[in-house]
Ligand binder design. Structure first.
Ligand SMILES: NCCC[C@H](N)C(=O)O
Ligand SMILES: NC(=O)OP(=O)(O)O
Length: 320
């Protein structure tokens, strides 16, 4: 039998034409199906047989902020699926000179089959999605980073198998990455613990929704200011930068506030011995994580970065 006949590469039917703004908008079943498709697309890609599911299609990729992984994985992902990914920096577009989101959405919809955008404000991406006639994919906003979270779950599934009931700990800033990671983990029924300094907790309405979703799926959400409590018995430890893009002038204050939230040998001693360490990257060694950990045997950060490619191909193949 030919590979393509026994590896299931059916796009997630119910997601056709939809946007991906946050994983709150998807059902648990849809998230699981996307991850299954991502796993199969990864396998086929490694065999040199990634199917050309998006032949002739073009994804426009708008960036208001820097990117290494998101830009390159979307561009290469489109190419592997037989389509084309077109990079645009917002400062080169008329939107950078004040053309409205409404007009931009209508105009781009006439040329493209989908739009991926990395933006400063989540609200702007919602407005773009409202007026675009093609799917809009969130490549990071101030509030969410759903594509990252799908790659994170794919990586954890590869490393630890079934995730329901496992404990996922996030240490650091209650930011975009923390929000999306916890939403994805809640879909998969994980026990999530988030430790942040006071004042840097996840946004309240987002945390409430995550908690409900986690409980529905047999998991839970704990938010604490005690990193040791959060790490106790963890299967996975995750951290992100203390200062996100756009917060540069808060750097000094944040360095001080996050001092005791470094992921280091003393802290991970409270986790399971075979815990997996993840970080969305870019990382600052000896700030949020020590080199001994991110470059150590429990770290899967490069596998995680590679998985952006395969997780996003599942998204692209399904939405476009
Ligand atoms: N590459 C992902 C960067 C994530 C970070 N929280 C930021 O928003 O800058
Ligand atoms: N993790 C992530 O989104 O990386 P980039 O900022 O390099 O795209």
């Amino acid at each position: 039998m030919k590979l393509l006949e026994w590896v299931n590469i059916k796009p997630v039917e119910s997601l056709k034409g939809k946007d991906l703004l946050t994983l709150f908008d998807y059902s648990t079943e849809e998230v699981k199906e996307l991850l299954e498709l991502a796993k199969n697309l990864k396998f086929l890609t490694k065999e040199g047989k990634c199917p050309p599911l998006l032949a002739g299609k073009t994804l426009g990729m708008i960036f208001e902020k820097h990117s290494t992984r998101t830009r390159i994985s979307f561009e290469v992902g489109m190419q592997q699926l037989g389509g084309y990914g077109m990079f645009m920096h917002s400062r080169d577009l008329q939107i950078g000179r004040g053309e409205s989101v409404y007009d931009t959405a209508h105009v781009l919809s006439g040329y493209l089959d989908g739009i991926m955008i990395r933006a400063n404000s989540h609200q702007m991406v919602e407005e773009l999605a409202e007026h675009a006639q093609v799917p809009v994919i969130n490549g990071l906003t101030d509030l969410f980073h759903p594509c990252q979270a799908l790659a994170d779950m794919l990586t954890l599934q590869e490393v630890q198998g079934e995730l329901a009931g496992k404990k996922l700990t996030y240490i650091g800033d209650g930011n975009n990455v923390a929000h999306s990671l916890a939403i994805a983990a809640a879909h998969l029924g994980m026990h999530i613990a988030i430790a942040t300094p006071p004042g840097y907790e996840p946004v309240e309405w987002i945390a409430e929704k995550i908690s409900k979703l986690a409980i529905t799926n047999g998991g839970s959400l704990l938010i604490t200011t005690d990193p040791v409590k959060a790490v106790e018995g963890a299967d996975c430890i995750y951290t992100d930068v203390w200062t996100s893009m756009g917060q540069e002038e808060e750097t000094q204050a944040r360095l001080k506030a996050f001092q005791s939230f470094q992921v280091n040998d003393a802290l991970v001693a409270h986790a399971k011995t075979d815990y997996a360490f993840l970080h969305c990257l870019p990382a600052h060694r000896e700030e949020e994580v020590t080199a001994s950990l991110i470059d150590g045997p429990n770290s899967y950060v490069f596998q995680q970065a590679e998985n952006r490619l395969h997780a996003q191909k599942a998204v692209l193949a399904s939405l476009l």
